[in-house]
Design a binder for this molecule. Structure first.
Ligand code: NAD
Length: 257
């Protein structure tokens, strides 16, 4: 068996209370790592912590934090460092979707998507990197989307934000490399999480299944299939990989017909 060497690693995961983030937290726990969840959903956060750390005091492993609030993110990282010691890995996964035509998209919706999906990723990655500098190294993962590489009607804010994450990942990889910090990104296709369930509820089951059928593998992805790639990129197995975006979409984006 190949060891990923993540045992005891302290890993802040934004959006760790649900979907892909929670799946990454489960996979980290299975490797003996200590995910620390940053999320805005109190109910989901408590449920996730109960599952990940049964019969333990949860306050040290979960923070009710909005990633768009830089001061709150910095404070959470300071507390995590105080409670657990050096942060060696981090996952900037929290994100939201907003659907609507750019012509009449309310300004506040555009700003909210950019604030969470772009600024939030910067806040989490930079807070993590500043701690890793003192510790001489680490690995950071960001979560973009296939929508950051290909576009889609009525998703202007989301696709713009995800394209920014792809480029920010390269920029951070360059700026942090001297400190032995790697930064990589995953661009998931259509993954079975509450985000997709909400789309199915809003636009009909057919909306999601038709999209999934366009993937070469003709199905939605499971969050665990993102978590496996996440663990690889965070681990020493990816020691010479940085600035990369790995598309995990069952072959959705490899063809146009
Ligand atoms: P999800 O809704 O299940 O999980 C997102 C989590 O982020 C939730 O727990 C939510 O409370 C949290 N969150 C939202 N806003 C936040 C904020 N301001 N601060 C802190 N936490 C916040 O969605 P998911 O499908 O697991 O998505 C996770 C990431 O993967 C997102 O960035 C999403 O854009 C990306 N993604 C998902 C898919 C998919 O098909 N599910 C595809 C491509 C990319």
């Amino acid at each position: 068996m190949i060891s990923l060497d993540l045992n005891s690693a302290v890993v802040p995961v934004s959006g760790g209370a649900s979907g892909i983030g929670l799946s990454i937290c489960r996979a980290l726990r299975a490797e003996g790592a200590k995910p620390v969840l940053l999320d805005v959903d109190k109910g989901q956060l408590e449920k996730a912590l109960e599952e990940l750390y049964p019969n333990q005091t949860h306050s040290r492993f979960g923070y009710l934090v909005d990633v768009s609030d830089m001061v709150a993110v910095d404070a959470a990282f300071a507390q995590i460092h105080h409670d657990h010691g050096p942060v060696t890995h981090a996952v900037a996964n929290a994100g939201i979707v907003w659907r609507g035509n750019l012509l009449d998209m309310p300004e506040e919706n555009w700003k909210r998507v950019i604030d969470i999906n772009v600024n939030g990723v910067l806040h989490v990655c930079r807070a993590a990197a500043r701690h890793m500098v003192d510790n001489n190294g680490g690995a950071i993962l960001t979560m973009a989307s296939i929508g950051g590489i290909l576009s889609k009607p009525e998703r202007a804010a989301y696709t713009t934000s995800k394209a920014a994450i792809v480029q920010m990942t390269r920029a951070m990889a360059l700026d942090f490399a001297a400190h032995n910090i790697r930064v990589n990104c995953i661009a998931p296709g259509l993954i079975k999480t509450p985000i997709q369930e909400a789309q199915a509820r809003a636009y009909g089951e057919g909306f999601v299944t038709q999209l999934a059928a366009r993937a070469a593998m003709r199905r939605l992805g499971e969050p665990e299939e993102i978590a496996k790639v996440a663990l690889f990129l965070l681990s020493h197995m990816a020691s010479y990989v940085t600035g990369e975006t790995v598309v995990v979409d069952g072959g959705l984006s490899i063809h146009y017909a």
